[in-house]
Design a protein around this ligand. Structure first.
Ligand SMILES: Nc1ncnc2c1ncn2[C@@H]1O[C@H](COP(=O)(O)OP(=O)(O)OP(=O)(O)O)[C@@H](O)[C@H]1O
Ligand SMILES: [Mg+2]
Length: 383
């Protein structure tokens, strides 16, 4: 039996966005305190953590400062200087998931190679060594070109159906992937503790908008039980292959021939786990903290069907927020609104999300669509 004092642990969170904000809320419940590193003063996570170090996530001195101010260092974003994290780890600072895992995931080519090496099913891919029409044609269309580093929310991804699309090619270090005709895109959140214990959440279904930003999430995914079991097993295979500690979001394609292919993995809490706050016994943020602190993992059981929508800044405006439809939305039963506390909005910026619970997924989806039509965040200035 371990004894604890208060705080149970002091957690350092690199990145001060909404994922960090929700992690701070979970940390408080577990008797932990937090310190956040983010360049923007009064960041969403910094506002509620009580302490924020203002600094760049590539600033070695600031990373050292936060590491020295906490018992365990973790992160809510992937774009962090891993050389410094590795040095800090070597000096004895505890960092989860490890900087080695983060460095591997930061490069989509290296990430895909790791899956191939471990027998984890993923779409066929090659490194782009030559940005020529011939090289792309040799790989074959339809294909997807992806930036090796720095892409997110669909930025750094170019889908090319045929040679006519070659003009959409990205002139940057990248890889080519086989385009996967998917029945559905699903995600599995999986946590792995320091003792190697694992816990998966039921797969969720992700529906994307034209901007490639997660548009609607349905939990649980409407997929055959056999595929759901296979998806959870695949997620465990991934986290074990990476030797990861913490929570991981594993994005997958369920293909037309009933295969599951890993698309990409996030070594952190994930947009497709937000609904766990209301719909599951232990939410993804608490589960992550339990894993990185060395506490037993909690039950990931889902207790209600849920649909989740992101609240994106309306196109056409920016600046101080104008929120409309909040009271009409909250008048509906089991509508849970989360606003991230961002000072300003801009087109398609993630400003919040809404989780809707109901008796079944169809009802939840319908209610989420109602909220989508009601609740809008625009800005005071033209974009
Ligand atoms: N090989 C593929 N075949 C078909 N569609 C794909 C493929 N790769 C990516 N996509 C589509 O593009 C979207 C974005 O790709 P990916 O998840 O790799 O990029 P990202 O920008 O890192 O993602 P995120 O939106 O999760 O931050 C996927 O969710 C999927 O809809
Ligand atoms: Mg993705």
């Amino acid at each position: 039996m371990t004894t604890y004092s208060f705080p149970v642990k002091r957690i350092g969170i690199v990145g001060g966005g909404q994922l960090g904000r929700m992690m701070v809320a979970a940390a408080e419940r577990l008797g932990c305190t937090c310190v956040v590193l983010d360049p923007t003063p009064n960041s969403p996570a910094g506002q509620i953590a009580g302490k924020q170090i203002i600094g760049n996530l590539h600033d070695a001195e600031k990373l050292r400062e936060i590491a020295e101010d906490c018992d365990v260092l973790t992160y809510e974003i992937e774009d962090i200087d891993t050389t410094t994290l590795l040095a800090l780890q070597n000096e004895g600072h505890e960092i989860h998931p490890s900087p080695q895992v983060l460095a591997l995931i930061q490069d989509k080519l290296i990430q895909k190679r790791a899956y191939a090496e471990h027998g984890i099913t993923t779409s066929e891919f090659v490194e782009v060594t030559e940005h020529s029409e011939q090289a792309f044609a040799d790989f074959g269309y339809p294909l997807v070109q992806k930036a090796r580093r720095g892409g997110y929310d669909g930025r750094g991804v170019s889908i090319m159906k045929s040679a006519n699309d070659f003009s959409k090619q990205l002139p940057i270090p990248s890889l080519l992937e086989r385009f996967v005709p998917a029945k559905k895109e699903i995600a599995v959140m999986v946590a792995r503790g320091k003792d190697g214990s694992t816990s998966t959440y039921p797969p969720v279904e992700m529906c994307f908008s034209n901007e490639n930003i997660l548009d609607l999430l349905l939990a649980p995914a409407d997929i055959p039980k056999k595929i759901a079991n296979k998806a959870e097993a695949l997620a465990i295979q991934v986290v074990e292959a990476l030797n990861g500690v913490g929570i991981f979001g594993v994005e997958m394609f369920w293909t037309e021939d009933d295969e599951l292919l890993v698309n990409e993995v996030a070594p952190r809490t994930h947009n497709s786990g937000h609904q766990t706050i209301e719909a599951n016994i232990t939410d993804q943020f608490e589960q992550h903290l339990r894993a990185v602190i060395g506490l037993p993992l909690g039950s990931s059981k889902q207790v209600s069907a849920a649909a989740m929508i992101n609240l994106l800044g309306e196109p056409g405006s920016k600046g101080k927020q104008i929120i409309t439809g909040l009271d009409e939305s909250l008048a509906l039963p089991s509508v849970c609104v989360h606003l991230y506390g961002k000072a300003v909005t801009s087109p398609y910026r993630k400003m919040g999300h809404v989780t809707v619970l109901d008796d079944n997924i169809e009802k939840a989806r319908e209610k989420a669509m109602k909220v989508r039509a009601l609740l809008k965040i625009s800005g005071e200035d033209p974009a």
